[in-house]
Design a protein around this ligand. Structure first.
Ligand SMILES: [Zn+2]
Ligand SMILES: [Zn+2]
Length: 341
């Protein structure tokens, strides 16, 4: 007793903090996401663009177009996920279907609706409250939330794949003598060799030395690495590359895991909350079937709103503001969707 009382007392300030500041904390989180994303994009243009332009201008044109397509989708879906209300039961209106009464709102709840204690409202098809969006994820913004995560994972993968050469030189080779390269325009555009003491020297100087002292394995393969070495030589660029590497790997791990989890849930026609409820139900009763599971293909089409002639190419690969199929109030979905091909 005394122990749990002590724990309660210790947690009291945390509960108080969450109750009072969850709203403003959410705004701080959204601000952080915006600043971090903008910084990574700015660094990609500052360091990555000239690097690739020097390497292969044709590929660079493609990378700029492809990268901006990802960026457009990231910005659009994030903005929409933050600003689209997740959906609430209508005030005072009669519900066709009700799954019970919300004790907090003291009003009937449509099926799949749950009460969010942060928003202090009932949320249609509630998935979870997301502080990074400062919004609940529910019926009307779940698609934006999911596609934001998917495009964000694609975006950081893009940066990791096309930045790995720079990251490798800056982070792994991490040659302290590279700092001596700075402000030496003689070196720009020249291939470099690293001697046995790890000092970088331009090839034209090395050729004047005894080549015995510079074994072949210490010859850096192409002038392209020279670009990365010169990036590594600039302390501000080094810091920027470290920052991008840490940010992208962290986002890749965190959001990558969430995307996998949500992809499985969407395929089964479950929200995150229902995943927990249904897992318990399945343990208790092996015959339990999720009543909202329409089969994988229809679950996905319903989730992405690919009905009424909408297509994957136009409505998923490019920003689209179409509303989800249905109202979020009634879920006798199998019947609603019988006319689907
Ligand atoms: Zn409620
Ligand atoms: Zn909420």
């Amino acid at each position: 007793m005394s122990r749990s009382y002590a724990v309660d007392c210790l947690l009291e300030p945390i509960f108080w903090f969450v109750d009072n500041f969850a709203g403003s904390l959410g705004k701080v989180f959204v601000f952080c996401v915006t600043v971090l994303t903008s910084s990574v994009v700015a660094i990609a243009y500052w360091i990555g663009l000239p690097y690739w332009w020097h390497r292969n201008p044709y590929l660079t044109v493609f990378l700029v177009i492809f990268g901006n397509w990802l960026l457009l989708n990231i910005v659009f879906h994030y903005y929409m996920a933050v600003t689209t209300p997740p959906g609430h039961p209508p005030n005072g209106a009669m519900l066709v279907e009700a799954a019970g009464i919300c004790k907090k709102c003291i009003s009937p709840k449509p099926p799949r609706t749950h009460h969010c204690s942060v928003c202090d409202k009932c949320i249609l098809a509630m998935d979870h409250h997301c502080p990074w969006l400062n919004n609940c994820v529910g019926f009307f913004n779940a698609r934006y939330f999911y596609l934001y995560m998917a495009y964000m994972v694609a975006g950081v993968t893009f940066i990791i794949v096309f930045g790995i050469d720079i990251g490798y030189v800056v982070i792994w080779i991490n040659d302290p003598d590279a700092a001596t390269l700075k402000d030496d325009p003689e070196l720009i555009g020249h291939p470099l060799r690293m001697n046995q003491s790890g000092v970088l020297v331009p090839v034209k100087d090395i050729l004047e030395y005894d080549s015995e002292n510079f074994p072949r394995e210490h010859i850096l393969p192409t002038p392209l690495i020279t670009e990365a070495q010169l990036i590594s030589a600039d302390p501000w660029k080094r810091k920027a590359v470290f920052f991008v590497a840490v940010a992208c790997i962290a986002v890749f791990i965190a959001l990558g895991g969430l995307v996998v989890m949500h992809t499985k849930n969407i395929g089964r026609g479950e929200t995150s909350i229902e995943y927990h409820i249904n897992t318990t139900m399945r343990k208790q009763n092996s015959n339990f079937r999720n009543p909202y599971n329409l089969g994988k293909k229809k679950n996905w089409r319903k989730f992405l709103g690919l009905t009424q002639g909408r297509t994957f190419i136009r409505h998923v690969l490019f920003p689209s503001r179409h509303a989800p199929t249905g109202t979020g109030l009634t879920w006798h979905a199998t019947g609603d969707l019988e006319d689907w091909p």
